[in-house]
Design a protein around this ligand. Structure first.
Ligand code: UDX
Length: 466
């Protein structure tokens, strides 16, 4: 996404993947995951000649020519919640080696021009890395250089051949293109003035909102460019995700109380969200947060705190409130259906949120697991993630189908797990006629109108809706 967007802004971008075949696929415009608008943007970038892809061999040339290299590899959850930095480490070392090899090609220039470069290479951490990782990345680049550099003066030149910056990513899956072009802010952390100035120039079309867009009116007039030290930039990323996860867990806790006192959490969220200090977004109650970021980033922040023997009770509560949301689906089903053994339960929406095929930490998988443990027969449907979910489901577990009404046939209950737009347009009468009688709908995202569902003869259970 970063590469495609930067090329859209007019920059020349070369994306390197360690997998040569994947780079080829990308060059032909095929994206290995679902993200609305990305395929089109990549094709346009490649067509314009500004966006290209290469396998690992392309790095050496980049270390010579590029002004900026973004490290944008995955940092999955590793042991005890901390982020697994092995991919970041491998890339950083490769950048170091590439810088040094480059100077070997031009031995006469190397000492004078910092490993063959006119100006230091700006290495930017785009991947979400734990606080303090920029130093680690610098160290690994140095290690790469030292492993490759042959002459003493090359080792000396190494320190001047690159600088490190942190530029955390705040985009959401499913709306990544919009978030990239119209972000709430751009954050850059670095000790190098040159790095900050270069990145400011790189992002200028976004900061000034001067690139052309079909959106009318333009959603943003200008974008704040926030510069900080490296560690604060890294912290901003984690604190933002942890705060958003906490905000969701907060409204979910309020939803529990709303259910007991007969209040409507949607109206409560609207009422508190109008307070400028609170804000309306990320106050949708339901079965809680999942995905590739919130769970791992909250865990990583806790892991950092543990290293300093700092307790984080608020983060612990954020996580445990969220874990309980999945179980509440089961409780709601049990309340109406009593035993779940041999009951057919349809799950609508398997990805962790709409407009993505990402199943990482998807609530659907946990709910299916809990239901199966109770002997229920689970059938799942998703508009884009069905195939992926089918390949993940072990034999004998959730059956994945490719039509929502197929999932509903003879189902004792249906759970809306992910609020895909198409579920709002489901034919409720048809749904009722297909399901086992009396049908039950558990609306995990408060996505449907309870009255409309009830009018169709389906019992309705939402979250925090009185
Ligand atoms: C998140 C951050 O929003 C983004 O800034 C960061 O770069 C990556 O992590 P993402 O995980 O793609 O983005 O999706 P997001 O829209 O934030 O949703 C995360 C989870 O929270 C989803 O499971 C979603 O269903 C849930 N959610 C979101 C709620 O339960 N309620 C809400 O009000 C909002």
């Amino acid at each position: 996404m970063t590469g495609a967007c930067l090329s859209h802004l007019g920059h020349r971008v070369r994306c390197i993947d360690k997998d040569k075949d994947r780079a080829k696929e990308l060059a032909s415009g095929r994206i290995p995951f679902y993200e609305p608008g990305l395929e089109n943007l990549v094709s346009r970038g490649v067509g314009s000649g500004r966006l290209s892809f290469a396998g690992p061999e392309g790095l050496r040339r980049l270390a010579q020519d590029a002004e900026v290299i973004f490290i944008a590899v995955g940092t999955p959850q590793g042991e005890e919640g901390s982020a697994d930095l092995s991919s970041v480490a491998a890339v950083a070392r490769s950048i170091g080696r590439a810088l040094a090899q480059n100077s070997v090609e031009h031995p006469e220039e190397a000492p004078r021009r910092a490993l063959g470069r006119e100006r230091p290479l700006i290495v930017v951490n785009k991947s979400t890395v734990p606080v303090g990782s920029a130093d680690y990345v610098s160290m690994l680049i140095r290690e790469g250089i030292d492993a490759e550099a042959s002459a003493e003066d090359e080792h000396e030149a190494a320190a001047e051949s690159f600088v490190v910056a942190s530029n955390p990513e705040f985009l959401r899956e499913g709306s990544a293109l919009y978030d990239s072009l119209f972000p709430d802010r751009i954050v850059v952390g670095s000790a190098s003035r040159e790095a900050i100035d270069t990145l400011r120039a790189l992002y200028e079309p976004i900061i000034e909102q001067s690139f052309s867009t079909e959106l009318d009116p333009r959603p943003k007039a200008a974008v704040p460019f926030v510069t900080t030290d490296l560690v604060s930039a890294e912290m901003i990323k984690y604190a933002a995700n942890a705060f958003l996860a906490t905000k969701i867990s907060f409204i979910n806790e309020i939803a529990n109380l709303c259910e007991l006192v007969g209040a409507n959490v949607g109206e409560v969220a609207y009422g508190i969200g109008l307070d400028g200090r609170i804000g309306p977004r990320f106050l949708s109650a339901g079965i809680g947060w999942g995905g590739s970021c919130f769970p791992k980033d909250v865990a990583a922040l806790q892991a950092v705190a543990r290293e300093y023997e700092l307790e984080t009770p608020l983060l612990e509560a954020t996580v445990s409130v969220n874990e309980r949301r999945r179980k509440q689906v089961i409780l709601k089903l049990q309340r109406e259906l009593h035993t779940l053994k041999d009951k057919r339960i349809a799950l609508l929406g398997l990805s962790f949120k709409p407009n993505t095929d990402d199943l990482r930490e998807a609530p659907s998988l946990k709910i299916a697991e809990l239901l199966e443990a109770l002997g229920a027969r689970v059938v799942g449907y998703d508009p884009v993630a069905a195939k992926k979910a089918a390949s993940k489901s072990p034999p004998g577990s959730m059956t994945v189908v490719y039509d929502p009404y197929e999932a509903l046939r003879e189902a004792h209950a249906v759970v809306i797990v992910t609020e895909w737009e198409e579920f709002r347009d489901l034919d409720l009468e048809r749904m009722a006629s297909l399901m086992h009688k009396p049908p039950l709908l558990v609306d995990g995202r408060n996505a449907l109108d309870p009255e409309e569902v009830r009018t169709a003869g389906i019992r309705y259970a939402g979250f925090g809706r009185g």
